[in-house]
Ligand binder design. Structure first.
Ligand code: HEM
Length: 137
């Protein structure tokens, strides 16, 4: 399993355009389709890997690590860690779930998610769509 998710392209472009850095950790990769996070074996909805954004001389410092989905019927949430040992942070609500191969859905920022990203976006504004591919996809 792997999660393919651009996070939010406008944010990634903004960081890079501000002479910032986007550093990959724990096996995360970046492709044209988005960042790739590897699935944790025997867990269908938890992934490893981190993407660390830094800009403005360190004033912007956002780590998005180990994304995991929790699904409850038709809806769900996405949580991440912001660093080793940090508490998980529920940054988005998940709607429009399509449980296929690939699985997909829409992510809408929670208040916590807007805080993580510097209070710039409104709660309910979208992150980029993700998909989850099974190993033989
Ligand atoms: C010295 C500190 C900062 C400066 C000078 C700054 C400056 C800016 C500017 C000029 C924009 C508009 C960019 C555009 O429209 O292309 C912007 C957007 C943004 N900033 Fe900052 N910023 C700073 C700190 C931060 C911090 C600490 C965060 C998050 C933790 C942050 C998150 C964002 C986000 C999410 C956007 C919107 C990007 C988008 O989707 O287009 N900024 N900032």
């Amino acid at each position: 399993m792997k999660l393919i998710w651009p996070i939010r392209r406008s944010f990634v472009g903004y960081v890079r355009g501000s002479e910032g850095t986007v550093a990959l950790g724990d096996g995360a990769e970046e492709t044209e389709e988005g960042f790739v996070f590897q699935g944790i074996p025997r867990s269908s909805l938890a992934f490893v890997g981190s993407v660390h954004f830094q800009a403005h001389g360190g004033m912007l410092d956002v780590l998005i690590g180990d994304p995991a989905f929790a699904i409850d019927g038709e809806v769900g949430t996405l949580s991440i860690t912001t660093g080793p040992g940090a508490a998980r942070n529920t940054i988005a609500r998940l709607t429009g779930i399509r449980d296929g191969d690939p699985a997909s859905g829409q992510l809408l920022l929670t208040y916590e998610g807007t805080r993580l990203l510097g209070d710039v976006y409104e709660p309910g504004s979208p992150l980029d769509p993700f998909r989850i591919e099974h190993d033989d996809a």
